[in-house]
Design a protein around this ligand. Structure first.
Ligand SMILES: *Cc1c(COP(=O)(O)O)cnc(C)c1O
Length: 368
């Protein structure tokens, strides 16, 4: 058997009639730029998340960059974030001209450690970017408390966590802005790139809307310097067709995750993902830790079990951030996670037979 880590083809096949009808509609009206589906998607995401505003944009990366710029953060400013995330989290900070400041993570959730944030605050600190990694919220209670105490903005990187909650509030609606991605591998994945920012502040929403479209209130009248970061109408139409299925997909992911966790419970070498009691995990990734990770990965690959390392190199040790002066060993829990994690197939369409095969392969490696 061959079980891919992710099966976008199978996923899209289940949605094909609704997807093709949605695309037909757009081809019919031909309003490819900012057509009616874009605003409709924004409305539906507002309703889904409970955020006051939703501003669609070109990617999750842009959602972060637009947020940073809308909050007035740039040269000379520092933004505290985690080094154990996808590059875009810190890349957006650097692209805005500010400096990312990395602090360590919590061992159990892989998310930013609130205790480490406070120690990293300087007079130049302007914001915190918690990432809800793999589909589980960071400790937003503590993050918001620290931000409030020090007058910092909070930009939530919710690229992997649409639908995940912290104390019954949707991730992405707790900080100043929430940044979502519709990259095809995300829980709400489009048929190409896409992103969205949520926020509750009217003024901030207005600035984000301006920044998305060259800073123009009215065509050819530019109040501020923005960019082109619109979401294509075709993407919005596809996402509208998918959105009603998002919660069902999350339930299927969670059921797969629960079966893995139970099936590995008698293997002491495997640390299964922890889920804090006040949060729900939407499992964009099912990520375990194993001591002999590289041998384990080679074994799974030989067995044709799809797996991947998210993420093999922490951001504070990336070549492009050498000038920031971090050294190996400085953020030990993040570095240890990078050497131990491996993600297994958890996509909604994973069949019982496929998951049985993944489980028996994993168990066999550990002599079970
Ligand atoms: C995917 C992702 C992004 C970037 O989203 P894109 O749509 O690919 O630009 C940012 N942060 C995290 C944590 C992500 O997983």
């Amino acid at each position: 058997m061959n079980v891919p880590l992710l099966d976008v083809h199978k996923h899209i096949e289940t949605m094909r009639p609704a997807l093709m009808a949605a695309l037909e509609q757009v081809v019919g009206h031909a309003r490819f730029i900012m057509g009616p589906e874009v605003q409709q998607l924004e409305d539906e995401i507002r309703q889904y998340t409970g955020a006051k505003h939703a501003i669609a944009c070109a990617s999750g990366t842009d959602a972060l960059l637009l947020s940073i710029k809308a909050l007035g953060i740039g040269a000379g400013d520092e933004v505290i974030t985690t080094p154990f995330t996808f590059f875009a989290t810190a890349g957006a900070v650097a692209n805005a001209g500010a400096a990312p400041v990395f602090v360590d993570i919590k061992n159990d959730t892989f998310n930013i450690d609130p205790d480490a944030i406070e120690a990293a605050i300087t007079k130049n600190t302007k914001a915190i970017i918690p990432v809800h990694l793999f589909g589980q919220s960071a400790d937003m209670g503590r993050v918001m408390e620290i931000a409030k105490k020090h007058g910092l903005a909070v930009i939530e990187d919710a690229a992997q966590s649409i639908g995940a909650t912290y104390k019954n509030r949707m991730t992405g609606t707790i900080g100043d802005t929430g940044c979502f991605s519709f990259f095809p591998s995300k829980n709400l994945g489009g048929i190409g790139d896409g992103g969205l920012v949520t926020c509750n502040d009217d003024k901030l929403a207005e600035t984000l809307t301006l920044l998305r479209q060259h800073g123009a209130h009215q065509r050819y009248y530019h109040d501020i310097i923005g960019t082109n970061s619109r979401l294509d109408t075709l993407q919005a139409a596809a996402l509208l067709a998918f959105l009603p299925h998002l919660d069902r997909w999350a339930k299927q992911r969670a059921a797969h995750a629960a079966l893995y966790t139970e099936s590995f419970s008698d293997i002491p070498e495997i640390i299964t993902p922890a889920c804090a009691p006040d949060r729900n995990h939407v499992y964009n990734q099912y990520t375990i830790r194993v001591p002999n990770r590289d041998a384990f990965q080679a074994y799974l690959t030989e067995k044709q079990v799809g797996c991947a390392i998210y993420y093999p190199v922490c951001l504070h040790l990336q070549k492009c951030f050498v000038h920031l002066g971090y050294v190996e060993g400085q953020l030990p829990l993040s570095e240890q996670a990078a050497s131990q994690v491996i993600s297994l197939p958890v996509y909604p369409e994973l069949s019982a037979a496929q998951q049985e095969y993944v489980i028996s392969s994993v168990r066999a490696f550990f002599g079970k």
